[in-house]
Structures are given as C-alpha cells and as structure tokens.
Design a protein around this ligand. Structure first.
Ligand code: MFK
Length: 210
C-alpha cells in the first residue's frame, strides 16, 4: 500500500531511462494482449513467460512509485502517474507541458487499449486526462490542490489512434479554491470534450509547500 506520505525514491535520468524503457515494452505488451489473435496454447505459453518475468521484477520491490529528478513542473516528477508517468505502463503517457502564460498542453494518441464505445476513446479515460491537465493548470497558480469537482461535456466522440490535443488553464483563485477549464480536440481541431473543475488546496499542502 502506498500512502501519501511515503518517502519516495528519487530517480535520476540514468536510473529512470531503463525503467521508462521497461514501461514502454509493457505498454506494447498490453496492446498486443488486447489485440492478439493467437490460439489458446500460445496464449497460455506466453502467459507463463510473463508470469516468470513478473516474479523477476517483484524480486526488488519499492514501497511506492518513485519520483523523477527533473527541472520541470511538480507533477512531472511522479514517474508512476497514470496519465503522465513514463514509468507507468497504463499511462499513454501524456507529455504535458506548460507555456509561459500557464496553459497546460499536450499532443497525445490513445490506442485501442483505451476503447470505450467501439472505435472511440472511453469517456473515463478522457476524464482522467482532463483531470490531470486541469490539475496541473491549477498548480501553475502557486500551489496545487485535490479535485473537488470535475464537470465534463462530451460534445462528440473522441477518436482512437489519431493525434489529440489537450489544453487546460486556470481561470481564477478564491482562497483555497482554484478553478480551471480545458478541452480535448481531435486532429481537425474540433473539440470533443470540454471540462471545468474546482481544486481545493488541503491545509497540509499549504503547510508543506508555502
Ligand atoms: C499538485 C500538482 C498538480 C496536481 C494534478 C492533480 C491531478 C489529479 C487530481 C486528482 O485526481 S485528486 C483525487 C480526486 N480528488 C479527491 O480525492 C479529493 C477528495 N476530497 C478531499 O480530499 C477533500 O474533500 C478536499 C481536499 C477536496 C476538501 O477538503 P477540505 O477539508 O480542505 O475542505 P473544506 O471542507 O475545508 O472546504 C473548503 C471549501 O471548499 C469547498 N469544497 C470542499 N470540497 C468540495 C467539493 N467536493 N465540492 C464543492 N465544494 C467543495 C467547501 O464547501 C469550502 O468552501 P467555502 O470555503 O466557500 O465554505
């Protein structure tokens, strides 16, 4: 179990790169597992090999996902983040960047692994990407917060396998409340999902961060 206050290993580039490479291979494995058409015997044989590899990785186990040493933004440090984390095979990963005027932005592509309605992105996945992007935008105002509300408007289906753009920006701060909004757009620039959110900075964030 990884508690919020668990001390994190800080990985430098040399340590992080091979683990990011491992995650990329597992990401490819996941897609292969979802799409494979091999027969039962081959599926069982591959499953046994994967089980053996899993035991090799479990031989040395950390208490919590490590952080990355970066000169970038706070959330970039979370190597195991399920949206942005290069160490996490379930993350696409979405490489969020922040412009000088506080706009959080990324181009990303979601594979069939994230399918919801046939041939389109699962709405929960769009929500997760937007939660992360809006949360990072909120953090650009000074100190971040926990998502208190997240409202989504699914305007049109989000396509799989093509470049998507996520953008987010904080709109205002009222005490410990930070408001942000954002969108996901398809390759034609048309918005598929809109989001607004309110983040609340917990008291203990203020104690530790300010
Ligand atoms: C940091 C860097 C970048 C971060 C990126 C993050 C991306 C990912 C974000 C997440 O996924 S976070 C995980 C999902 N969210 C949660 O699990 C949050 C669970 N809820 C909590 O931890 C607390 O309820 C919360 C920190 C949101 C608020 O607890 P507090 O004890 O600080 O709130 P408090 O009761 O003192 O209320 C403060 C104000 O916020 C309001 N408020 C709190 N929670 C609310 C809520 N859920 N909806 C509406 N208003 C809310 C509350 O009414 C009040 O308004 P007023 O000041 O006007 O009276």
């Amino acid at each position: 179990m990884s508690g919020a206050m668990t001390e994190r290993h800080m990985l430098g580039e040399d340590e992080a790169a091979p683990l990011a490479g491992l995650a990329a291979r597992v990401r490819a494995l996941t897609e292969a597992a979802v799409l494979t058409g091999v027969g039962a015997d081959e599926a069982r044989a591959v499953a046994d090999e994967i089980a053996a590899l899993t035991e090799r990785l479990r031989a040395v186990r950390r208490d919590a996902p490590p952080f990355l040493v970066t000169d970038g933004h706070r959330m970039d440090r979370q190597g195991g983040n399920p949206v942005t984390g290069v160490l996490n095979p379930i993350a696409p990963p979405v490489d969020l960047d922040v412009t000088a005027d506080g706009i959080v932005r990324a181009e990303f592509t979601l594979s069939d692994v994230y399918e919801g309605p046939p041939s389109y992105v699962h709405g929960g996945m769009s929500a997760m990407v937007l939660d992360q992007a809006l949360g990072m935008a909120a953090a650009q105002t000074g100190v971040g917060g926990m998502t208190a509300t997240l409202e989504l408007r699914y305007r049109r289906p989000t396509p799989l396998g093509v470049p998507l753009t996520v953008e987010a920006k904080a709109s205002r701060v009222e005490g410990r409340k930070i408001y942000a909004s954002g969108t996901i757009a398809g390759p034609d620039g048309r918005v598929t999902v809109e989001a607004t959110a309110m983040f609340v900075t917990p008291q203990h964030f203020l104690v530790h961060e300010r």
